[in-house]
Ligand binder design. Structure first.
Ligand code: SAH
Ligand code: SF4
Length: 348
C-alpha cells in the first residue's frame, strides 16, 4: 500500500496531480485547496462541497491531522500555547496572541534549533529536525480556527516560535507562498514577519522571493565578540549580517526590525546602545528591545526597568526608533525564548 499522504504537504501542483489521478476534474483541486486554507477543514470527510465518494477516497489516502495534545492559556487570557505532536512523535509549540484588532500566531519552523543562543529554551535542545511546509501551515490553519471559534480574526503571522526560519528556507518560503495565496490562506505579506538570527544569503533570498514580508533580525550585540558569547554557533559576523540588512533595505524599500534581547549586565549598558546606534546608522530600522524572559536552564537575568528604559533612550537620542516589547504569556512559558516543545511547565 502507498504511504499515507499529508494533505498539507502537497503544493498546488501536487494536489492537482493527485485529484487528476483520481479521475476528477481540476476544479476539485481548487475546492480542496480552499477547504484547507480558507475554511480550515483539514479532514476530507468534512469537505462537504466534494462528492461523497471523493471525500472518502481522500480520507483513506491521507493521514488524519493531529490535534494539539495540550492547550494552555495565560491568566490574563491574552495568550494561548498549543503543544502539537508531529507524525514522528516530535513536539512543537504554536502561540496565539490576542490583542484586538491584531491577533497574531507565532509559528515554529523547526523542532529545536541549532543556533544555541544561550538565553533561549529552544536552543538548549539542539536541532531535532526541519518542519515541512505542511507542518508549518498546519499551525496557521489551527490558530485561525481557534480565533474564529472565539469570534476573532487572525490578522498577523510571525515566524518567532521554535527554530530558525531561514535555516529551513525552502519550507518556510513555500509556507509564506501559501499563506499569501489569495486562493489559499489569503493573508497580505505585509502582515507576515520572519524573525531570523541572521543568515545573510537567505536574507537576500527572502528579499527577492518575498520582498514585502517583514524582516526582523535578532542582533543582540553591537560587536562580534559579545555576539559570539550570546549566539555561540559559528555563523555570520555582525558585519555580514548588517550588510545583508542594508541590501534588504535597498532592494525592498522596507524597514527592518532589529531585535535585541537585553541581558542584565551583559549587553544592556548605554555604551552598548551607543555602539549599536553607530553600527546600524543609515539603515531604515527600528529596534525592538526584549527584556530577557527567564527559563529553566538558560543563561542570564532580566535587566531592571531603569536599564531597559535607559537603553531605549540612548538609542532614541541618536535617532534610532526603539520600543520595548510587551511581554505576553510568560506565566505559561509562551513568551519569546520559552518554547521547549515538551510538557515541562516553565513557571508552574
Ligand atoms: N530563531 C529566530 C526566531 C525565533 S526566536 C530568531 O532568533 O530570531 C524569536 C525571538 O525571541 C528572537 O528575537 C529571540 O532572540 C528572542 N528570544 C529568545 N530567547 C529569549 C528569551 N529568553 N527572552 C526574550 N527573548 C528571547
Ligand atoms: Fe534558535 Fe532563535 Fe532560539 Fe537562537 S533565539 S536558539 S536562533 S530559536
Amino acid at each position: 500500500m502507498a504511504e499515507p499522504l499529508e494533505l498539507l504537504d502537497l503544493d498546488r501542483d501536487a494536489l492537482g496531480e493527485l485529484i487528476e489521478s483520481l479521475g476528477q476534474p481540476s476544479f476539485r483541486a481548487r475546492q480542496v485547496w480552499r477547504q484547507i486554507y480558507q475554511r480550515g477543514n483539514v479532514d476530507p470527510l468534512e469537505m462537504t462541497d466534494l462528492p461523497a465518494a471523493l471525500r472518502e477516497q481522500l480520507s483513506e489516502m491521507t493521514t488524519p491531522s493531529r490535534e494539539p495534545l495540550e492547550v494552555q492559556t495565560s491568566s490574563d487570557g491574552s495568550t494561548s500555547k498549543a503543544l502539537l505532536p508531529l507524525a514522528d512523535g516530535e513536539l512543537i509549540e504554536t502561540v496565539l496572541i490576542r490583542s484586538r484588532p491584531r491577533d497574531t500566531v507565532c509559528l515554529s519552523s523547526q523542532a529545536g534549533c541549532a543556533m544555541g543562543c544561550v538565553f533561549c529554551a529552544t536552543g538548549l535542545q539542539g536541532l531535532r529536525r526541519q518542519l515541512t511546509a505542511g507542518e508549518i501551515l498546519r499551525q496557521g490553519v489551527l490558530a485561525r480556527q481557534w480565533a474564529r471559534d472565539e469570534g476573532r480574526e487572525l490578522t498577523h503571522v510571525v515566524f518567532m516560535g521554535m527554530g530558525e526560519p531561514l535555516a529551513n528556507y525552502s519550507n518556510v518560503s513555500e509556507a509564506i507562498s501559501r499563506l499569501t495565496d489569495p486562493d489559499g490562506f489569503g493573508l497580505s505579506p505585509r502582515r507576515i514577519t520572519v524573525s531570523t538570527v541572521g543568515i545573510p544569503q537567505n536574507i537576500r533570498r527572502l528579499a527577492s522571493d518575498h520582498p514585502t514580508v517583514n524582516l526582523a533580525v535578532s542582533l543582540h550585540a553591537p560587536d562580534q565578540k559579545l555576539r559570539r558569547e550570546l549566539v555561540p554557533v559559528p555563523g555570520a559576523s555582525v558585519d555580514d549580517i548588517v550588510s545583508a540588512v542594508r541590501e534588504h533595505n535597498r532592494q525592498t524599500g522596507g524597514r527592518v526590525t532589529f531585535e535585541y534581547v537585553l541581558l542584565n549586565g551583559v549587553n544592556d549598558s548605554r555604551a552598548h546602545a551607543r555602539r549599536l546606534a553607530e553600527r546600524i546608522r543609515g539603515i531604515r530600522a527600528h529596534v525592538n528591545l526584549i527584556p530577557l524572559n527567564p527559563s529553566p536552564g538558560v543563561v542570564g537575568s532580566r535587566p531592571s526597568r531603569r536599564a531597559t528604559l535607559g537603553f531605549q533612550k540612548a538609542l532614541q537620542e541618536r535617532g534610532v526608533p526603539a520600543t520595548v516589547r510587551v511581554e505576553q504569556g510568560s506565566d505559561i512559558a509562551a513568551a519569546c525564548g520559552q518554547l521547549r516543545g515538551d510538557r515541562v511547565r516553565g513557571n508552574a
